[in-house]
Design a protein. Sequence first.
Length: 388
Amino acid sequence: MDDWKRCLGVFAAAVLLLAMPADARRVKRGGAKNPVRQAACVAECDTVRNLIYMIGDGMGLAHVTMLQIAEGYDNPVSFMRAENVALIKSYSRNNRVTDSAAAGTALATGHKTNNSMLGVLPDSTAVESMMAKAVRRGMATGLVVTCYLPHATPGAFYAHQVYRRTLEPIAEQLVESGVDVAFGGGKRYFTARRADGTTLVDRLRTKGYRVIDTLAAADTITSGKVVGLFASKHMPYAHKGRGDYLPRAVGKALEILSNDAAERDEGFMLVVEGSMIDYVSHRNDSEGILAEMRDFDRAVRVAMEYVDAHPGTLLVVTADHETGGLTLPSGNADFTKSESGVLYKYGSKSHTAVMVPVYLYGTGAERINGVMENSDLANRLMEILELE
């Protein structure tokens, strides 16, 4: 009955808002907001039930700007719809330039650690991630990546290993994690025969998971536990055959998790990684970066559409670190020219120490501000979700 009343209140608020004159509906604070979602939020207050946490691996501010320029300022990318922004410092506990394991651990657990360490403190003590806390509370949880599932960033949300490249134990920890939905690559780590003759796919099935090897196989799946293993290792690059996998996988994961959460009367947490932005940035591959950024942008747009239709959902888009030292200088030093072009220049083929952006959208977007540690972002999100 309470849910029925809440839905009725949301509908009534939306109808009242749309009946107002256009001037009365105009949003005064920053960012172009969806008027129906604003009205619905009146009924939902400021409670955040669902978190969509999207991480562009290696994505710095210049990567976002590169996409914005390439798409044209009259055709804004999804990031430009952010209702609030912040900056995070990416350094690890033992290095001013982080790797993905240490940065992922900070973003997942609220604790900084040493490079190459995953889900543990520098003294090897395991620390619980926000996803593990969400599982413990009964929330629906999911992972969607374009790399292999036991990779550093996704692994930080469910695994505890002193060294990030112990991939078989990390894969085993995913099986035991309780995560409801996992889409990505890494089939080889789950189909390899163990000493007892079984595979991790066998163990997943005994735990009630449906295990699929194509995203199309998920078309008829609308709820429950599912693991999609769509490549032996990494998924293909965006400009070499991956197609629309990432935005479709995000949409399907949101459908499944939303239904599971409703059945449990709880919220959900979905972690998405645009994993291959990092790989093409290591190669200073401008064409590849633009393709990966366009793909990630499409996935962010899917998430924003979900947020617009579901009050109580917070979308956070950030990065673990910047890769490539990308800069966008003028093509000509003579600034009297009307247009000098923009060049793509790189300072490194590795990670860099620069801060990375945080884009926030939806319920609670105004509650994270300023310049902070990457670990503080995670702690703030856990506080907002009331995860203990």
